[in-house]
Design a protein around this ligand. Structure first.
Ligand SMILES: [Zn+2]
Length: 144
């Protein structure tokens, strides 16, 4: 497959430089049988660089996970070599089984069958708190 053209799949554009690998890991793309192109540090203008992620198949992707890492990305949905939709994302209100609570006394560390739930409590500062113990989510504590 030519990495410039994707027949069917996604082109995730305007990813903040350095975040494409996090999206790649959080979506578990290495475990799926598909072509993925991860392109980092593309010049987007004179001073800024961005990352790009191309996924060569229209799989179900969890947009909340992508939005959590980088709400400013644009998701281009490609079908038959054409972009059929451009999606903008918003920071999700709730994260379910995306991150793990770091509080050893949290009920989620003993009750292993509980979902890991975090709620957005401060949109401006991107603060999430555990649904059970209110512990603030540490940056990049993903459930890979
Ligand atoms: Zn907790």
């Amino acid at each position: 497959m030519n990495i410039d053209t994707i027949k069917n799949g996604y082109v995730i554009d305007h990813i903040t430089a350095g975040n494409a690998i996090k999206i790649y890991r959080l979506l578990n793309l290495e475990k799926l049988d598909l072509v993925v192109a991860l392109i980092t540090n593309v010049k987007s203008n004179k001073t800024k660089t961005k990352d790009l992620l191309k996924i060569g198949k229209l799989i179900d992707i969890d947009l909340d996970k992508i939005a959590f890492i980088d709400p400013d990305v644009t998701i281009n949905i490609v079908k038959n070599n054409k972009i059929i939709e451009k999606k903008k994302l918003e920071l999700p209100e709730r994260l379910i089984n995306v991150c793990k609570c770091n509080n050893p006394r949290c009920i989620t560390s003993t009750e292993r069958n509980l979902d890991q739930i975090f709620n957005l409590t401060d949109k401006e500062n991107k603060v999430y708190r555990c649904n059970y113990c209110e512990m603030m989510l540490e940056k990049d504590k993903f459930l890979y």
